[in-house]
Design a protein around this ligand. Structure first.
Ligand code: ADP
Ligand code: MG
Length: 890
């Protein structure tokens, strides 16, 4: 965050009044770019101007001098400033919007040469956005805060655009995973926590999004009182049993919202308490690796979320995203979600009808927030009207369905869509067909709503008609057919003729035409009649706007009085969108309903990888080969071998993704699936595969593997893909070997372990629950064909050379590699390597003689013997030793 306060001119006394006003504002907001309103523009000065001009790629100019130096300046038009704001916010800036809070006329009334009053009306930060233009419609936008008290931590998070508010007590070692789950745009924390040991890496990861604040803002008692005041309750017990760190986090969040919104608070739902263990824990590395919401290259395309999202509304997409990020662990809650999906899978016609209506549902949650913040417009009211009306239709559609009643999740949504009739009718009757963006543009209240308004409008319109009549009259009267009555902001209404006709308009006392202006191509007049009409029109328009604004406020207050019910309807629509969308997906891709229970089962029949399968289909690269997976108690650890490109990684990931999907409450890409709810999911990939992150070191691989071996428990599900690949063969093999033993003996979790070290299959005889499997290969015409089938039993070889051949290595290299492999596989690797080195066909001349022959074991032993120092008995023993060595060597 650029902080330019220290570069501001020192001597404010020497500043012009305007510059002094600006400097005051800037000093109060040192960490923000200040957008300073001047007429139709927001201007930036000094370092702010330099930074913004660069970030926005706009011209940097100067405005006068300050203390003898030029003042750098740049500006953006006020009417389109949001687009520029969006770009700055995305680049991590915060912006203080300093607007005029009175108009020039008001300022003048205060006498003398007065400056128009300005003040910061809002601080725009990445975590406190509410405008559709600044937000991604299909993604939540979280502001998070970390509280600490008595050494314990809590994390609170708020999507200000919808008012969704949650809190969770959190252990420090789980913080990184929780932040990875939420992906907050901004994280508030007491600055003392920056020094807290064990959290440095987490801060480094979120560096761009941290907002450290003084510890006093995180006072737990202050937080508790703030919450009580905000919700108007005497005690918070009704919302849950919160601890001090939670109050601290929630209080700091509300405080920050108040601070940035300059006292205006949006509607915020009562906090939901997140219970630890209620969601499947997935750490940051696993999330990335499984490409849940983003592919390894950082795009949504290619992620699980993109592959399964069939939602039709922004709110639905956001809810689905949140569910993918945080799958459940409670089988009953999962079952309830699955019931809703099943309901829409079964009734295809109903699904189609509901989805048809969902298409028409605008983002009422975000519209409601803007209205509650006093930042809404007529179109937000229209969004509520249309969303609630579509909800009512959906409610009716669901209500008329056949015999079997809808499941609980659906009936709950139906209830939330009831009883909005009064508001819907009121909005429908009040709003005009065409709506302006801003209330002050007027014209949004329908005819027939307020007699007073209609009268004023008639007056205004009639006066306009009068002007037309007047124009016609003046034309006949003067005989100038080209005479026109026009309007502009400076003169108001005026009569215009070309200079050639000017002499037909005598002016001066006693004449009706009054000269206003002479231009090169036009002469302008007015008349008393015209001025009178004009002021009638103006007063009528002013009065009409005032009436409209009052009606707007009345409508907004009607909405905010029902805010909780409207928010519930918004959630219900999102819920239905997710359920119907997942049903659509299940039907379209022939997915099946998983069984999730409290067992330790993991039985998948005919499992597929949702993203790879879709990609194969899209490129018509042949069908995806389905595979089974069974990790029952006595075979909970699968060792999967097979050559590169055989499908090992795909198989590992597909099983992890099936578990995620099942616990999200979605159908899964398998013929059948029975999964004992997983509590933690881990996935690691050998270093060489993890290139996308640009830190693909062996060290990272080992750190991540350590985390698994230290943390995985009996309910965890682990996939390890070619662990140990990032180092030398024997090192890697040894690490993989020991890790397998540890998983089997200590972690005792369900796990899939893919490796190209087929030597590891030897462990199967020792570890009872370890089952070797391999990717089936067909050897054909000296080459191999990948069948992508997982079969029981070990691969007898790793086929690396076959793959190398497929890849087009020169035939000489392939032949030589085959010879080397044959020697190596005969055992006695050390001796073989020595012989190979002796036998380098390409470099034989150079190596021969260059390497002196090593003394044999017997020769070495003989060299150690000094006969003069031996007793006869020792001499006899030495002879026996030499004999034994001879036998060994032979
Ligand atoms: P490995 O990890 O064994 O090197 P991958 O899992 O990366 O192999 O798979 C390599 C390629 O093989 C994938 O990109 C995909 O195109 C194809 N593939 C993998 N599994 C299957 C399958 N079950 N059916 C069809 N094609 C598959
Ligand atoms: Mg692989």
């Amino acid at each position: 965050m650029p902080d330019s306060s220290d570069r501001l001119p020192e001597n404010a006394a020497a500043a012009t009044p305007m510059m002094a006003q600006y400097l005051d504002v800037k000093r109060a907001h040192p960490d923000c770019l200040v957008f300073y309103r001047m007429g139709d523009f927001f201007e930036l000065f000094f370092e702010d101007a330099v930074a913004a001009a660069k970030a926005l790629d706009i011209a940097l100019t100067q405005r006068g001098k300050h203390n003898g130096a030029e003042v750098p300046m740049c500006g953006v038009p006020a009417h389109s400033h949001e687009a520029y704001l969006a770009r700055l916010i995305r680049q991590g800036f915060k912006v203080a919007l300093c607007d005029q809070v009175e108009d020039a006329a008001e300022a003048k009334k205060r006498g003398g040469k007065t400056l128009v009053r300005r003040s910061v009306v809002r601080v725009v930060t990445p975590g406190t956005l509410t405008e559709d233009q600044l937000l991604d419609a299909r993604r939540a936008n979280y502001l998070a805060a970390l509280g600490d008290a008595g050494g314990a931590l809590a994390l609170a998070w708020l999507d200000m655009s919808t008012g969704e508010f949650s809190v969770e007590p959190i252990e420090p070692q789980r913080l990184a995973a929780a932040l990875a789950r939420l992906d907050p745009q901004e994280l508030l924390l007491p600055d003392r926590l920056l020094q807290r040991e064990g959290l440095f890496e987490t801060w480094a990861e979120f560096k761009q999004r941290l907002t450290p604040l003084p510890g006093s803002r995180f006072d737990s008692e202050g937080g508790r009182l703030r919450l009580q005041r905000f919700y108007g309750v005497a005690a918070l017990d009704g919302f849950g049993a919160f601890g001090r760190p939670e109050w601290a986090a929630m209080g700091a969040l509300l405080d920050y919202v108040e601070l940035t919104q300059k006292g205006k608070l949006p509607r915020i739902a009562p906090p939901r308490r997140f219970v630890e263990g209620s969601v499947l824990e997935i750490d940051a590395a696993t999330r990335r690796n499984l490409e849940l919401v983003q592919s390894l290259s950082g795009e949504r395309q290619g992620s699980l979320a993109a592959a399964i999202d069939r939602t039709l509304t922004g709110a639905g997409a956001r809810l689905l995203g949140a569910r993918i990020a945080a799958p459940l662990t409670d089988p009953d809650a999962i079952g309830a979600r699955l019931d809703a999906v099943q309901f829409f899978v079964t009734d295809e016609r109903l699904r189609a009808q509901v989805r048809e209506r969902l298409r028409k549902v605008p983002d009422i949650g975000r519209a409601l927030t803007r209205l509650s913040l006093g930042r809404g417009g007529p179109r937000d009211l229209a969004a509520l009207r249309d969303g609630l009306a579509a909800g009512r239709e959906i409610r009716r559609t669901l209500g008329t369905d056949g015999l079997a009643g809808p499941p609980e999740a659906v009936t709950a949504a139906m209830r939330a869509l009831e009883h909005h009739d009064v508001l819907i009718e009121r909005l429908a009757a009040s709003l005009a067909p065409e709506l302006p963006l801003l209330p002050r543009d007027g014209g949004f209240i329908a005819k027939g709503v307020a007699p007073e308004l209609d009268e004023l409008r008639t007056l205004r319109d009639e006066s306009r008609r009068h002007i037309l009549n007047l124009e016609a009259g003046y034309r006949t009267e003067t005989g100038v057919a080209s005479l026109k009555i026009r309007h502009n902001n400076v003169l108001g209404y005026y009569i215009e003729v070309t200079p050639a006709h000017a002499d037909k308009f005598p002016i001066g006392a006693g004449h009706r035409f009054i000269h206003r202006q002479t231009l090169a191509g036009a002469v302008r007049f007015t008349t008393v009649e015209l001025s009178e009409l004009e002021s009638k029109i103006l007063t009528a328009a002013d009065k009409a706007l005032a009436v409209e604004l009052a009606l707007f406020e009345a409508l907004v207050s009607e909405v905010t009085q029902r805010a909780d019910a409207v928010a519930a309807a918004a959630e219900a629509l999102a819920e239905l969108d997710v359920a119907a969308g997942l049903a659509e997906l299940a039907a379209e891709r022939r997915w099946s309903r998983p069984l999730v229970d409290r067992s330790l089962a993991f039985t998948i029949e005919g499992g597929r990888h949702p993203v790879v399968e879709a990609a194969l289909e899209a490129s018509q690269a042949g069908p995806f080969a389905p595979n089974d997976c069974d990790l029952a108690e006595d075979r909970r650890l699968w060792l999967l071998t097979g050559p590169n490109m055989a499908g090992k990684s795909t198989f590992l990931r597909q099983n992890a993704l099936i578990a995620v999907l099942a616990q999200v409450g979605s159908f899964v890409p398998a013929a059948s699936a029975h999964i004992g709810a997983v509590d933690r999911l881990f996935s690691r990939v050998g270093a060489a595969d993890d290139l996308a992150r640009g830190r693909s070191t062996f060290m990272v691989e080992m750190v991540e593997t350590a985390a698994i071996l230290n943390q995985a428990g009996p309910r965890s599900f682990v996939i390890l893909d070619e662990i140990g690949r990032g180092t030398a063969t024997f090192d890697g093999l040894s690490i993989a070997w020991a890790a397998l033993e540890h998983l089997h003996e200590v972690n005792r979790c369900r796990a899939l372990f893919a490796t190209h070290y087929h030597e590891l299959t030897a462990l199967a005889s020792k570890l009872s629950a370890l089952k070797p499997h391999s990717m089936r290969i067909k050897e054909w015409q000296g080459g191999i064909v990948f069948l992508h089938e997982v079969a029981a039993g070990a691969a007898d070889r790793s086929y690396g050379i076959h793959v190398a051949k497929l890849a087009g290595l020169p035939a000489a290299v392939i032949q030589r590699a085959e010879a080397v492999l044959e020697l190596l596989e005969k055992g006695d690797q050390a001796g073989a390597l020595a012989r190979l080195a002796d036998d380098l066909p390409l470099f034989s001349a150079a190596t021969k003689g260059a390497a002196p022959a090593q003394p044999s074991a017997i020769e070495a032993a003989l060299a150690e013997i000094h006969p003069d120092e031996l007793t006869p008995k020792e001499a006899l023993e030495a002879l026996y030793r030499l004999k034994a060595l001879l036998r060994e060597a032979g």
